[in-house]
Design a protein around this ligand. Structure first.
Ligand SMILES: Nc1ncnc2c1ncn2[C@@H]1O[C@H](COP(=O)(O)OP(=O)(O)OP(=O)(O)O)[C@@H](O)[C@H]1O
Length: 273
């Protein structure tokens, strides 16, 4: 196949990481387009979180290449990868509980990159305007003065997404963003993700198949550190290999903290062939 890497926002090729001889990610290749929402699914231990760890520089690759907008990330340190425009949200929200929503967003604003230089007052009004814009996007514009610790679990997840968005990442990676959210919050999160892809790409790890169907442009199914199947949701859902190792196993059981989410909405629409 002739592949022109530069056309992709992200090109992962031959990526391998070995932990004491065990290849958690094994000669993995996949490509993410500009403006695309890619969802990575797969059974427990498939290597999904490790792939995000490799992209954001938390884990070093044993071999292979990760090119983001032409830059090789495998040779960069975590903070350099952030500066290159890659933002990562982990499973548990890490927000400042004692600060207000406004303050959490404000401290995430990338001051070093300010175009307003020493003109502090201009910069401050720019920060306020940006915070307002992001707060509206993450459904928290009515809660700017609220202490973040008082937000619901779902609102905390949105706040953390907002703290990443204010840095304007060109690739945003989210690990199980709707875990523990109510159905209504899941719908709002899907709308939020669809709104933020202008000028960026998003990679999401998710087990909730209803949510995946809502947001995914394309789905990559991982199994034993490799791509098992890839394509539209319809395509991977009807792939017998995927049904055998994942969808036929009831994916809900795989979701770590979905105890509260017993709802028909979350029932996967593919159960068995
Ligand atoms: N630092 C590490 N050292 C050793 N083994 C690791 C390390 N990180 C991950 N692994 C192993 O690599 C495999 C893939 O783990 P990973 O967390 O990426 O899977 P996952 O697809 O995200 O699974 P889950 O759905 O359970 O989150 C697992 O067998 C895990 O135990």
């Amino acid at each position: 196949m002739s592949v022109h890497q530069t056309e992709f926002a992200l090109a992962v090729e031959g990526l391998t990481v070995s932990f004491d001889g065990f290849k958690a990610v094994n000669d993995l290749s996949f490509y993410v387009d500009e403006g695309e929402i890619r969802v990575i699914i797969g059974p427990n231990g498939a290597g999904k979180t490790t792939v995000l760890d490799l992209i954001c520089g938390r884990t070093s690759a044993t071999s292979g290449s990760i090119k983001f907008r032409g830059k090789e990330l495998t040779r960069m340190k975590e903070h350099q990868i952030v500066r290159a425009g890659v933002g990562r949200k982990f499973q548990n929200p890490s927000i400042y509980e004692d600060l207000t929503v406004f303050e959490n967003l404000e401290i995430s604003f990338p001051r070093g990159r300010s175009v307003f230089g020493a003109l502090a007052f201009k910069r401050d009004s720019a920060v306020v305007a940006k915070v307002a814009e992001i707060a509206e996007m993450i459904f928290l514009d009515g809660d700017l003065d609220k202490q973040a610790g008082l937000l619901s679990h779902g609102q905390k997840q949105w706040l953390e997404i907002g703290m990443l968005l204010i840095q304007d990442p060109e690739l945003l990676m989210l690990d199980e963003p709707v875990a523990g959210m109510s159905v209504a919050e899941r719908h709002k999160t899907a709308a939020l993700l669809r709104r933020i892809t202008k000028g960026r790409s998003v990679i999401v790890i998710e087990h909730d198949m209803k949510f995946v169907a809502d947001i995914a442009d394309r789905v990559t199914v991982l199994h034993q550190g490799k791509v098992l199947s890839e394509g539209s949701m319809e395509r991977v859902q009807s792939d017998p290999k995927v049904i055998e190792v994942y969808l036929g196993q009831d994916p809900i059981k795989h979701a770590g903290d979905d105890k509260n989410d017993i709802s028909s909405e979350e029932t996967p629409n593919v159960r068995s062939a």
